[in-house]
Design a protein around this ligand. Structure first.
Ligand SMILES: Nc1nc2c(ncn2[C@@H]2O[C@H](COP(=O)(O)OP(=O)(O)OP(=O)(O)O)[C@@H](O)[C@H]2O)c(=O)[nH]1
Ligand SMILES: [Zn+2]
Length: 316
């Protein structure tokens, strides 16, 4: 049988088959990992093959194969010797919630997030929330940001999780897909999820409450089915986004508008900082790339290794 992993708690995995039946599964013996070494061989979002455990009278299964992943996101354990933990896999899209002033979301944060998402091949939708509270100035700011990010190719939607404005657009994008929601604390993630599916809020809360009674503060992800053929992965306790392990030369690959231009730089290993005949800097001077994007890029490049070798998800 084949199924999708909805939850993992230590050595047990909750796997749901196409027809909606759920089985608690274990892993068969030593498991071959694909590509990366991680503390967990299987993550929420994985498609796995399993067989029913005949020795058990309960409906439990044994996983014997994992399907190739489309993508996955990881965090590195800070205390242990930087071991990698896969948070979730096969994510169709992440909705990054942004508010202009309450709380402020800076472009440097948005761009660091996008670099990481690009590096992990996770599609991002930018969601400007709390538009019901905006005045002329903040509306202009949203318009300006939308202009920048739409030009690069990112989908942008302005919403109010409180009044429900444009929530239907978010739901339409979610149909048939696996989504995640992220953004600074207070941008309205819970409010939005609650507006999308009121019954889910309770579920999520009770699970976090259950979890907080445990002695460990390790976070685990969980997938939920929504009523309109959409899935979300909830990652309680994991909020921000850092920058992933990458070489300096790689960083501009994850700024899509820089990447295209860099084919025209004189040096093929151009860092777009001080090099002559740099197509990126020339485009910047012609205002063809946004100054804020270039600033974010330089910040990441000039940061010490610590800065661009942090966890993909920063725990708050
Ligand atoms: N006016 C207005 N307030 C909103 C909107 N969305 C959320 N809020 C308010 O913003 C505050 C924070 O919202 P939450 O949904 O708790 O934010 P969160 O992102 O889940 O925050 P954390 O749980 O800390 O990560 C609450 O007081 C919400 O009522 C909105 O669209 N408009
Ligand atoms: Zn260059």
């Amino acid at each position: 049988m084949t199924g999708l992993v909805y939850k993992s708690t230590g050595s047990w995995y909750t796997v749901k088959t196409q027809n909606g039946t759920t089985y608690e599964c274990r892993i068969k013996g030593k498991f071959r990992l694909q590509g990366i070494k991680s503390t967990n061989p299987i993550a929420v979002g994985d498609y796995v093959d399993f067989e029913l455990d005949t020795k058990s009278d309960q409906e439990t299964g044994v996983i014997n194969n994992i399907h190739d992943r489309e993508n996955y996101i990881v965090r590195k354990s800070v205390n242990l010797s930087k071991q990698t933990h896969i948070i979730a896999s096969n994510i169709d899209q992440v909705f990054l919630l942004i508010t202009i002033d309450n709380p402020p979301t800076f472009t440097s944060f948005i761009d660091r997030f996008l670099v990481t998402a690009e590096a992990y091949s996770v599609k991002t939708v930018l969601v400007f929330n709390k538009i019901d509270t905006y005045n002329d100035d903040t509306i202009l700011e949203v318009k300006y940001l939308e202009h920048i990010y739409k030009n690069i190719g990112y989908n942008c939607i302005s919403i109010s999780a409180k009044t429900g404005e444009n929530i239907d657009k978010i739901k339409a994008l979610m149909e048939g897909k696996v989504s995640m929601f992220t953004g600074h604390s207070g941008v309205g993630k819970s409010t939005l999820v609650n507006a999308i599916e009121p019954s889910l809020d309770l579920k999520t809360k009770s699970i976090s409450a259950q979890h907080s009674q445990g002695q460990h503060t390790t976070t685990f992800a969980e997938m939920f089915d929504l009523s309109f053929n959409a899935k979300i992965i909830d990652t309680p306790g994991i909020k921000g986004f850092g920058v992933v392990d990458m070489e300096k030369e790689e960083i501009s690959d994850y700024f899509p508008e820089f990447f295209e231009l860099s084919q025209d730089c004189k040096f093929n290993n151009c860092l777009h900082i001080e090099e002559p005949k740099c197509a990126v800097k020339e485009a910047l001077e012609r205002d063809e790339i946004a100054a804020s994007r270039y600033r974010s890029y330089v910040q990441i490049i000039e940061g010490d290794e610590q800065h661009y070798r942090t966890d993909i998800w920063d725990k708050e």
